[in-house]
Design a protein around this ligand. Structure first.
Ligand code: GLN
Length: 465
């Protein structure tokens, strides 16, 4: 585009053409923002013709998860309760893309309030996996993952609270990254579990994920959990793995429900990294078994508090037939939230209630500390940890909807990274039963560049480019 061989408008038209062809099959978007996209593409072309600043994302079409507020564009967290909500302000991550001149294609489908691992909990419709439309794309950011995998968008934004970027990236065969907690401002993100939520990119190549993260990361005075640290995702990207120690946690290779084909693909990827010069070391994460239980106390507890604000008065939809204020609250919430969200609110409220707080919430917080210490200890003997991202490949639509626990188990390899606030990348590493498998690279806090570097080294070693 800098050489004026392709215009932003042409690239947008190309994406819109793919969207027109693919959407009836995969349903990645809950709404398109075509008019805005056209205006942004024209503006980007003006920048390329010398009228303003050009950055790496100028003119590049992005698919945005429906939990990130885009000013004046309906944003609903995949929920009926936010129908019609047009945020009067913009999330910082989106604002930073807008400032670079990115082109907003629309909002992508997700599990309602990001609660789920398949996008089937959306308040609208399920999204389908572009590799096999009878299967789920993963979740909760399944729409963004599917949009990038299908070529509808050049990159996507998602959020990851327990795996919601990395797991759909794995199931759709694209790159997805959850940065270190605090790396990307969550201002303007519709909160699920505030001590775990992070925003990150979906791309086809690791280098692109680094460029997007470089654009959205950094301190923001509007998010007190964002941290003022230098953001350098690019300078070590091409250094390879020669001399790096990669930790293999036995608990992650022997996780319950690990499909043999997934394990085999990941083991091949590990050998590729070894051939590329990495030294493999065994590490232990002894509290892994308790991670799921702790996560499924902490995340619902925080969600029950965060979702208290949706009362039919301040945002989105309102039950119109209610006779008084209390009925307005009750009817709006009963009609507006889907079953999984209601389950989480009840679980969380219970775990936080007087008399149960110590037994559940406080206990879960202590387990969280133990899990973070497991990782600290493991990183004393390695530079990064590699494993599968998801123990399973994309499963058929409907296979796990009746069994919430079966769905929760999908997060067993990803949620440790959230509990310990670590950066993690998922990168495609071959297939099992013809479906994509993801290799997860976890790195110590703030070593986002290391996670990207290892993922990039695998990408280069496996496809030679
Ligand atoms: N699947 C997990 C959950 O349902 C993670 C979701 C996420 O990361 N947003 O909570």
């Amino acid at each position: 585009m800098k050489r004026r061989e392709l215009s932003a408008v042409e690239l947008l038209e190309d994406c819109l053409g793919v969207i027109e062809r693919e959407e009836p099959r995969i349903h990645a978007f809950v709404r398109l923002s075509e008019e805005l996209a056209r205006a942004q593409a024209e503006e980007a072309d003006r920048r390329f013709s010398g009228d303003g600043q050009v950055g790496p994302l100028t003119g590049i079409p992005v698919a945005i998860k429906d939990v990130l507020c885009v000013e004046n564009v309906e944003t609903t967290a995949g929920s009926q309760i936010l129908r019609g909500f047009r945020p009067p302000y913009e999330s910082t991550a989106v604002a930073r893309l807008r400032a670079q001149g990115a082109v907003f294609l629309g909002m992508t489908n997700c599990d309602e309030f990001a609660m789920g691992s398949s996008t089937e909990n959306s308040g609208y419709f399920p999204t389908r996996n572009p590799h096999d439309p009878s299967r789920v794309p993963g979740g909760s950011s399944g729409g963004s993952a599917a949009a990038v995998a299908a070529g509808e968008a050049v990159f996507g934004l998602g959020t990851d609270t327990g795996g919601s970027i990395r797991q759909p990236a794995a199931l759709c065969g694209v790159v997805g990254m959850k940065p270190t907690y605090g790396r990307v401002s969550r201002y303007g993100l519709i909160a699920f579990a505030s001590s775990l939520d992070q925003i990150g990119p979906f791309t086809r190549m690791v280098g692109d994920a680094a460029l997007v993260l470089q654009a959205i990361a950094g301190w923001d005075r509007r998010d007190a959990t964002s941290v003022d640290r230098p953001v350098d995702m690019l300078s070590s990207l091409e250094r390879g793995v020669e001399g790096l120690r990669l930790g293999l946690p036995r608990e992650y290779f022997e996780a319950e429900g690990m499909e043999p084909g997934v394990r085999a693909a990941v083991e091949r990827a590990v050998l590729t990294l070894e051939r590329a010069g990495a030294e493999l070391v065994d590490v232990r994460l002894p509290h892994t078994d308790y991670g799921l239980a702790a996560y499924y106390i902490i995340a619902p507890a925080e969600a029950s508090s965060n979702l208290a604000r949706f009362d039919g008065v301040r945002y989105g939809a309102r039950a119109e037939s209610a006779g008084n204020l209390l009925e307005t609250y009750l009817q709006t919430r009963r009609g507006g939230f889907g079953p999984e969200v209601r389950r989480r609110i009840m679980l969380g409220t219970y775990a936080l209630s007087a008399g149960y707080y110590d037994a559940y919430y406080l206990k879960a917080q202590k387990v969280r500390t133990l899990i973070a210490q497991d990782f600290e200890r493991a990183f004393e003997s390695c530079d990064a940890i590699v494993s599968a991202t998801s123990p399973v490949v994309a499963f058929p639509i409907g296979a796990k909807v009746a069994d919430p626990l079966a769905m929760y188990v999908c997060d067993v390899l990803t949620l440790g990274g959230n509990l310990a606030a670590l950066p993690g990348v998922s990168i495609p590493c071959g297939t099992s039963e013809g479906l994509p498998v993801g290799l997860q690279v976890l790195a110590p806090q703030w070593a986002d560049g290391m996670a990207l570097r290892v993922a990039r080294a695998y990408e280069a070693a496996s496809n030679g480019s």
